[in-house]
Design a protein around this ligand. Structure first.
Ligand code: SAH
Length: 227
Protein backbone atom coordinates (compact mmCIF):
# COMPACT_ATOMS: atom_id res chain seq x y z
CA UNK A 1 0.00 0.00 0.00
CA UNK A 2 1.00 3.66 -0.11
CA UNK A 3 1.81 3.91 3.59
CA UNK A 4 5.23 2.30 3.26
CA UNK A 5 7.36 5.13 1.90
CA UNK A 6 10.60 4.09 0.14
CA UNK A 7 12.78 5.62 2.86
CA UNK A 8 10.86 3.73 5.53
CA UNK A 9 11.40 0.50 3.67
CA UNK A 10 15.13 1.20 3.53
CA UNK A 11 15.39 2.01 7.22
CA UNK A 12 13.58 -1.10 8.30
CA UNK A 13 16.02 -3.32 6.44
CA UNK A 14 17.37 -6.16 8.52
CA UNK A 15 21.06 -5.65 7.84
CA UNK A 16 23.21 -4.83 10.88
CA UNK A 17 20.80 -6.70 13.12
CA UNK A 18 17.88 -4.61 11.94
CA UNK A 19 19.44 -1.49 13.45
CA UNK A 20 20.61 0.09 10.20
CA UNK A 21 20.81 3.85 10.66
CA UNK A 22 19.99 6.24 7.87
CA UNK A 23 23.06 7.77 6.21
CA UNK A 24 25.43 5.45 8.11
CA UNK A 25 27.95 5.28 5.27
CA UNK A 26 27.75 8.98 4.47
CA UNK A 27 28.33 9.75 8.15
CA UNK A 28 31.38 7.49 8.37
CA UNK A 29 32.75 9.09 5.22
CA UNK A 30 32.29 12.58 6.65
CA UNK A 31 34.08 11.63 9.88
CA UNK A 32 37.02 10.34 7.83
CA UNK A 33 37.08 13.55 5.81
CA UNK A 34 37.10 15.66 8.98
CA UNK A 35 39.90 13.55 10.50
CA UNK A 36 41.87 14.01 7.31
CA UNK A 37 41.39 17.76 7.62
CA UNK A 38 42.88 17.74 11.12
CA UNK A 39 39.84 17.43 13.39
CA UNK A 40 41.16 15.01 16.03
CA UNK A 41 38.90 15.82 19.00
CA UNK A 42 37.12 12.49 19.61
CA UNK A 43 34.21 14.09 21.48
CA UNK A 44 33.57 16.53 18.64
CA UNK A 45 33.68 13.75 16.04
CA UNK A 46 31.37 11.63 18.18
CA UNK A 47 28.89 14.54 18.46
CA UNK A 48 28.92 14.89 14.69
CA UNK A 49 28.24 11.21 14.41
CA UNK A 50 25.30 11.42 16.81
CA UNK A 51 23.46 14.49 15.53
CA UNK A 52 21.24 13.74 12.50
CA UNK A 53 22.22 16.68 10.25
CA UNK A 54 19.59 15.62 7.71
CA UNK A 55 16.94 16.81 10.18
CA UNK A 56 18.31 20.35 10.12
CA UNK A 57 17.94 20.95 6.37
CA UNK A 58 15.02 20.99 3.94
CA UNK A 59 13.83 17.64 2.67
CA UNK A 60 15.17 18.36 -0.81
CA UNK A 61 18.70 18.75 0.61
CA UNK A 62 18.71 15.74 2.91
CA UNK A 63 20.73 13.65 0.47
CA UNK A 64 23.51 16.25 0.83
CA UNK A 65 23.42 16.41 4.64
CA UNK A 66 26.73 14.58 5.11
CA UNK A 67 28.70 16.36 2.43
CA UNK A 68 31.30 18.68 3.88
CA UNK A 69 29.44 21.71 2.60
CA UNK A 70 27.42 24.59 3.96
CA UNK A 71 23.74 24.34 3.02
CA UNK A 72 20.99 26.94 2.73
CA UNK A 73 18.28 27.03 5.41
CA UNK A 74 15.17 29.25 5.39
CA UNK A 75 15.21 33.05 5.25
CA UNK A 76 18.47 33.34 3.30
CA UNK A 77 20.57 31.89 6.11
CA UNK A 78 23.00 28.97 6.02
CA UNK A 79 24.02 26.00 8.14
CA UNK A 80 27.83 25.97 8.29
CA UNK A 81 30.07 23.42 6.65
CA UNK A 82 30.65 20.46 9.04
CA UNK A 83 34.40 21.19 9.03
CA UNK A 84 33.75 24.71 10.35
CA UNK A 85 31.24 23.44 12.95
CA UNK A 86 33.79 20.84 14.10
CA UNK A 87 36.67 23.29 14.12
CA UNK A 88 34.73 25.93 16.12
CA UNK A 89 33.43 23.31 18.54
CA UNK A 90 36.97 22.00 19.11
CA UNK A 91 38.33 25.55 19.53
CA UNK A 92 35.94 26.04 22.47
CA UNK A 93 37.88 23.32 24.35
CA UNK A 94 34.82 22.00 26.16
CA UNK A 95 35.06 19.56 29.07
CA UNK A 96 31.33 18.89 29.51
CA UNK A 97 30.85 21.27 32.44
CA UNK A 98 30.47 24.61 30.65
CA UNK A 99 27.60 26.98 30.07
CA UNK A 100 27.88 28.19 26.48
CA UNK A 101 26.26 31.19 24.78
CA UNK A 102 25.62 30.91 21.04
CA UNK A 103 24.64 33.89 18.87
CA UNK A 104 22.74 32.78 15.75
CA UNK A 105 20.69 29.63 16.44
CA UNK A 106 19.77 29.27 12.75
CA UNK A 107 18.78 25.65 12.15
CA UNK A 108 19.90 24.63 15.65
CA UNK A 109 22.57 22.25 14.31
CA UNK A 110 25.58 23.88 15.98
CA UNK A 111 23.59 24.10 19.23
CA UNK A 112 22.77 20.38 18.98
CA UNK A 113 26.47 19.55 18.52
CA UNK A 114 27.40 21.70 21.52
CA UNK A 115 24.66 20.07 23.62
CA UNK A 116 26.74 16.86 23.59
CA UNK A 117 29.90 18.70 24.64
CA UNK A 118 28.87 21.03 27.47
CA UNK A 119 26.36 21.36 30.31
CA UNK A 120 23.96 23.89 28.81
CA UNK A 121 23.69 25.95 25.65
CA UNK A 122 21.98 29.35 25.59
CA UNK A 123 21.26 30.27 21.99
CA UNK A 124 19.86 33.54 20.59
CA UNK A 125 18.27 33.98 17.15
CA UNK A 126 16.70 37.14 15.73
CA UNK A 127 14.44 35.46 13.12
CA UNK A 128 11.38 33.91 14.74
CA UNK A 129 10.56 31.33 12.02
CA UNK A 130 14.07 29.88 12.26
CA UNK A 131 13.89 29.73 16.04
CA UNK A 132 10.51 27.96 16.00
CA UNK A 133 11.86 25.30 13.62
CA UNK A 134 15.09 24.91 15.59
CA UNK A 135 13.18 24.44 18.87
CA UNK A 136 10.97 21.80 17.29
CA UNK A 137 13.91 19.86 15.86
CA UNK A 138 15.82 19.93 19.12
CA UNK A 139 12.77 18.63 20.94
CA UNK A 140 12.29 15.92 18.31
CA UNK A 141 15.85 14.61 18.70
CA UNK A 142 15.47 14.86 22.50
CA UNK A 143 18.08 17.52 23.15
CA UNK A 144 17.03 19.02 26.49
CA UNK A 145 19.98 21.20 27.50
CA UNK A 146 19.58 23.96 24.91
CA UNK A 147 17.66 27.08 25.94
CA UNK A 148 16.79 29.52 23.17
CA UNK A 149 15.51 33.07 22.99
CA UNK A 150 14.37 35.42 20.26
CA UNK A 151 16.30 38.67 19.98
CA UNK A 152 19.40 40.58 19.01
CA UNK A 153 22.36 38.54 20.21
CA UNK A 154 24.68 41.57 20.14
CA UNK A 155 23.47 42.33 23.67
CA UNK A 156 24.18 38.81 24.87
CA UNK A 157 22.01 37.21 27.56
CA UNK A 158 22.64 39.32 30.70
CA UNK A 159 20.36 37.26 33.00
CA UNK A 160 22.36 34.09 32.31
CA UNK A 161 25.82 35.72 32.12
CA UNK A 162 28.70 35.27 32.64
CA UNK A 163 29.43 32.34 30.30
CA UNK A 164 32.33 29.90 30.21
CA UNK A 165 32.28 29.99 26.43
CA UNK A 166 30.70 32.16 23.73
CA UNK A 167 30.33 31.22 20.07
CA UNK A 168 29.12 33.49 17.26
CA UNK A 169 27.81 31.91 14.07
CA UNK A 170 27.15 35.27 12.41
CA UNK A 171 29.87 37.84 11.83
CA UNK A 172 29.99 41.30 13.45
CA UNK A 173 32.39 43.91 12.02
CA UNK A 174 33.96 43.95 15.49
CA UNK A 175 33.04 41.89 18.58
CA UNK A 176 30.41 43.79 20.61
CA UNK A 177 31.64 44.85 24.08
CA UNK A 178 28.47 43.44 25.63
CA UNK A 179 29.58 39.98 24.55
CA UNK A 180 33.18 40.38 25.71
CA UNK A 181 31.84 41.50 29.09
CA UNK A 182 29.70 38.37 29.41
CA UNK A 183 32.69 36.04 29.03
CA UNK A 184 34.11 34.65 32.29
CA UNK A 185 37.72 35.15 33.22
CA UNK A 186 39.37 31.98 31.94
CA UNK A 187 36.70 31.75 29.24
CA UNK A 188 37.04 31.35 25.47
CA UNK A 189 35.09 32.98 22.66
CA UNK A 190 35.10 31.77 19.04
CA UNK A 191 33.75 34.11 16.38
CA UNK A 192 33.89 35.14 12.75
CA UNK A 193 34.80 38.84 12.61
CA UNK A 194 34.89 41.35 9.79
CA UNK A 195 32.96 42.45 6.75
CA UNK A 196 31.81 40.22 3.86
CA UNK A 197 34.98 39.54 1.93
CA UNK A 198 37.31 40.04 4.80
CA UNK A 199 36.24 37.77 7.65
CA UNK A 200 38.53 35.83 9.95
CA UNK A 201 37.61 33.19 12.48
CA UNK A 202 39.18 34.25 15.79
CA UNK A 203 39.47 32.86 19.29
CA UNK A 204 39.53 35.25 22.22
CA UNK A 205 40.71 34.15 25.65
CA UNK A 206 39.88 36.23 28.67
CA UNK A 207 42.35 36.31 31.55
CA UNK A 208 42.80 38.62 34.56
CA UNK A 209 45.10 40.66 32.35
CA UNK A 210 42.55 41.17 29.56
CA UNK A 211 41.65 39.66 26.19
CA UNK A 212 44.03 37.76 23.95
CA UNK A 213 43.02 37.21 20.33
CA UNK A 214 44.30 34.61 17.85
CA UNK A 215 43.32 34.20 14.22
CA UNK A 216 42.41 30.72 12.96
CA UNK A 217 41.44 31.05 9.28
CA UNK A 218 39.52 33.14 6.74
CA UNK A 219 35.78 32.34 6.66
CA UNK A 220 32.52 33.48 5.13
CA UNK A 221 29.57 33.74 7.54
CA UNK A 222 26.32 35.64 7.24
CA UNK A 223 26.57 39.05 8.94
CA UNK A 224 25.42 39.70 12.49
CA UNK A 225 22.47 42.04 12.02
CA UNK A 226 21.73 44.44 14.87
CA UNK A 227 18.06 45.22 15.46
N1 SAH B 1 24.46 28.10 14.07
C1 SAH B 1 23.55 28.06 12.95
C2 SAH B 1 24.07 28.91 11.80
C3 SAH B 1 23.04 29.90 11.42
S1 SAH B 1 23.53 31.18 10.30
C4 SAH B 1 23.29 26.63 12.52
O1 SAH B 1 23.97 25.71 13.00
O2 SAH B 1 22.39 26.40 11.69
C5 SAH B 1 23.61 32.57 11.39
C6 SAH B 1 22.33 32.96 12.09
O3 SAH B 1 22.60 34.16 12.82
C7 SAH B 1 21.15 33.29 11.17
O4 SAH B 1 20.07 32.45 11.50
C8 SAH B 1 20.83 34.74 11.50
O5 SAH B 1 19.44 35.04 11.48
C9 SAH B 1 21.40 34.89 12.88
N2 SAH B 1 21.68 36.25 13.31
C10 SAH B 1 22.19 37.27 12.58
N3 SAH B 1 22.31 38.38 13.34
C11 SAH B 1 21.87 38.05 14.59
C12 SAH B 1 21.74 38.76 15.82
N4 SAH B 1 22.08 40.04 15.93
N5 SAH B 1 21.25 38.10 16.88
C13 SAH B 1 20.87 36.80 16.79
N6 SAH B 1 20.98 36.08 15.67
C14 SAH B 1 21.46 36.69 14.57
Amino acid sequence: GHVLAPSRARHSCKEAGGRMQPFQNEKAQLIMTLRGMGIVDADVLSAIEQVPREMFVARALQAHAYENASLPIAMDQTISQPYIVAMMSAALQLTGRERVLEIGTGSGYQAAILSFLCRRVYSIERLRPLLVDADNRLREIRVTNVTTRLGDGAGGWPEAAPFDRIILTCAPPVIPDMLLNQLKIGGIMVAPVGRDRNQQLVTIRRSEAGFEEATLLPVKFVPLVED
